[in-house]
Design a protein around this ligand. Sequence first.
Ligand SMILES: Cc1cc2nc3c(=O)[nH]c(=O)nc-3n(C[C@H](O)[C@H](O)[C@H](O)COP(=O)(O)OP(=O)(O)OC[C@H]3O[C@@H](n4cnc5c(N)ncnc54)[C@H](O)[C@@H]3O)c2cc1C
Length: 336
Amino acid sequence: MKIRENVSISTLTTMRLGGEARYVVEIEAPEDVNPAYDLSQEKALPVFVLGGGANTLGRDEGYDGMIFLNKLRGIEAREEGDDLILTGMGGENWDDIVAYACERGYTGIEALSAIPGTLGAAPVQNIGAYGQELADTFVSLQAFDRETETVKEFTREECDFGYRRSIFNTSKRGQYFIMSVTLRLHKGEMTGPLYNSLQTYLDEHAITARDPQTIREAVTAVRAEKLPDPTTTPSAGSFFKNVYLSKGEAEVAAAKGIPVYTNGEENKVNAGWLIEQAGLKGQLLHGIRVNEKAALVLINESASKFADLAAARTEIRQAVLEKFGYDLTQEPVEIV
Ligand SMILES: Cc1cc2nc3c(=O)[nH]c(=O)nc-3n(C[C@H](O)[C@H](O)[C@H](O)COP(=O)(O)OP(=O)(O)OC[C@H]3O[C@@H](n4cnc5c(N)ncnc54)[C@H](O)[C@@H]3O)c2cc1C
């Protein structure tokens, strides 16, 4: 375990904002986790667990606490009939896990290609894209419980996954350090209709194959066209959550001409569409650019303070609220 003092949070998060964290503790082995929490108790400091910082924002006041950086590495996999049971340590890069599965011809997570961040963070908000979400292949995870100081295994049911949610970002936020995640992948390919933008890309390139590697390459290419690469362009990905409506609310919205996507019980309005219709797509607000190609994504073009981002956020929320009556919810988590 490595400990550093007074580290700028902007260097740990892809939005590249925020003051200093008092301590950063790099968790390099499973045995580091318990002593790291003991240390936080000795120092009477709060703890924030961080992976790649792709869904996390630092505030200007910094963090008077300890950031635990998940650096646990390792992948184990075994075949079970046509399935691959893959267990990865939480600090593994998520996209490396997707590559591992696709190279071996297993379907289940190929549409989640090129999502930045770690495997350990993937269950926290149940990452999703292009019709797949982590919950679809999730088997279990192991997490250190800071209250009982033991490692607990969680099944899919216990994680209570939903749209961009699990117990780890709701009822049990902050209680667990996710150490490893196990997925069940299947030999084969994606079935059923694909997302429009993905199907359009395949059609334009005369690609009819749907094997995991082909879909992975297509998803990566489609994403690269419209999403910023966080290694070169500061961003936290989608800044707001899509809006989910009851049946009655969906009928009202549809009558007003708002596109509502209904899938079973779910009625979704694309938050990016709302921002675009509010006239903000491509705008620069306080150094924050509303992405020209995907309005849901905010890019830190020239802001140096979280306060700038907060001001841009207020303007966007206000504009959508005034035009449509929906109060948008922020997706990235703030270190507090
Ligand atoms: C350009 C871009 C595109 C993106 N596209 C998508 C997308 O298509 N779909 C999608 O769902 N998301 C997307 N995201 C968001 C982000 O990639 C995911 O949320 C990802 O899972 C974040 O991983 P991370 O390791 O960076 O998490 P972090 O930002 O480090 O952490 C996120 C949250 O998880 C908690 N956490 C992290 N690790 C652990 C752990 N080991 N134990 C317990 N809690 C932990 C943190 O405390 C925090 O609350 C995108 C982000 C960017 C920048």
